[in-house]
Design a binder for this molecule. Structure first.
Ligand SMILES: Cc1cc2nc3c(=O)[nH]c(=O)nc-3n(C[C@H](O)[C@H](O)[C@H](O)COP(=O)(O)OP(=O)(O)OC[C@H]3O[C@@H](n4cnc5c(N)ncnc54)[C@H](O)[C@@H]3O)c2cc1C
Length: 305
């Protein structure tokens, strides 16, 4: 048997082969997610996110909540009402019945932020076993920004002209030089060369890595709440945004509840509730008589004006 002839050679061919070979199944199928399955969604300059597998759909959440035998016992409107109730009251375990497995290609500095989300299963590409590709994240010009003056953890004005060119040149030169040395150290051309597990240590944090990441829907929503948020760094936010689009198609009712009760919602402390009530009663409430710190008051005012 000729393995060469049977085995697709490129990732594109492998994906096309998988997509052209549908299997009949008794499992729950989410039509919106079937459209995404296997296909990479490009993110940043060399990255992507693609769905490798998933389990469950909106009905699976409802079935688990009711501990029922199958779908079709209630109307879709009732199902979405129940999902909204579960989300509103932080009744999270039914959402854990749905799972998703993603293949993600991302810069190492993004992976460091992502891996902090511990409630997932991860398997990363081994740079001990394989040679990393010459692929580095170089920000698009509109993402090259100076340090923010108001937010120590953020970026401010976009760099322009000569300054943007200078920074881009440094980023590109450093990336290429580091990779040249990586290759030189690996080389066994008339020399012993260095092991892959050691040679990789000179590569900068904008080099790309890949992993499989499996997570349940409850913990995925937690990840998306934090990383598809304006406070998250742009480079991880774009991955979260891409995943949001997939989840919207996978579990539309659960995603709509998530958007309403998490993404679009605001949190109010007991002091905040008190201040709002006093304001509604006609009292002039300021930071000084609110009982809130300056930071808290700033955030309160940003929402309530
Ligand atoms: C905008 C932003 C800025 C950040 N800045 C920093 C920073 O400057 N420095 C830094 O170090 N991190 C930073 N982080 C990371 C952040 O502190 C969290 O580590 C990260 O968001 C993962 O959140 P998590 O622990 O809730 O998620 P997960 O690890 O997925 O956990 C989900 C939930 O499970 C529970 N849980 C999981 N594991 C445990 C455990 N071992 N013990 C108890 N409960 C557990 C918790 O309730 C947790 O909320 C930042 C995150 C964001 C979004």
């Amino acid at each position: 048997m000729n393995d060469q002839a049977d085995t697709p050679q490129t990732p594109e061919a492998e994906i096309a082969a998988l997509r052209s070979n549908p299997q009949p199944t008794l499992r729950a199928v989410a039509p919106g997610m079937e459209a995404h399955l296997y296909t990479p969604q490009p993110v940043l300059d060399h990255g992507f996110v693609r769905v490798v597998d998933y389990m469950g759909d909106d009905a699976a959440i409802v079935q688990a909540a009711r501990v029922s035998y199958g779908a079709g016992t209630k109307k879709a409107r009732d199902d979405s009402g129940l999902i909204r109730y579960l989300m509103r009251h932080w009744h999270s375990t039914p959402f854990e019945m749905c799972e998703i497995k993603l293949h993600v290609k991302l810069p190492v500095f993004v992976a460091r932020q992502w891996i902090r989300h511990r409630t997932a299963n991860v398997n990363e590409y081994s740079a001990r076993y394989s040679v990393l590709d010459r692929e580095f994240y170089i920000p698009a010009p509109e993402q090259l920004a100076a340090q923010s003056r108001v937010n120590n953890q953020g970026r401010g004005e976009t760099l322009q002209g000569a300054e943007a060119e200078r920074v881009l040149r440094l980023l590109k030169e450093d990336s290429m030089r580091a990779y040249d040395h990586y290759e030189e150290m690996l080389s066994q051309d008339g020399q012993q060369g260095l092991a892959r597990e050691l040679a990789r240590m000179n590569l900068p944090a904008n080099v790309y890595t890949q992993w499989y990441w499996k997570v349940d829907l409850h913990n995925l929503f937690h990840f998306l709440r934090l990383r598809a948020d304006a406070h998250a760094q742009y480079e991880i936010r774009v991955y979260a945004d891409a995943i949001c689009e997939m989840v919207k198609d996978w579990v539309p009712a659960a995603y709509a509840a998530f958007e309403d009760y998490r993404m679009g919602a605001v949190q109010l402390s007991a002091r905040g509730v008190d201040c709002l009530k006093r304001r509604l009663a006609g009292e002039t409430v300021t930071q000084e008589n609110s009982g809130m710190s300056k930071g808290e008051w700033r955030e309160f005012e940003a929402v309530w004006g």
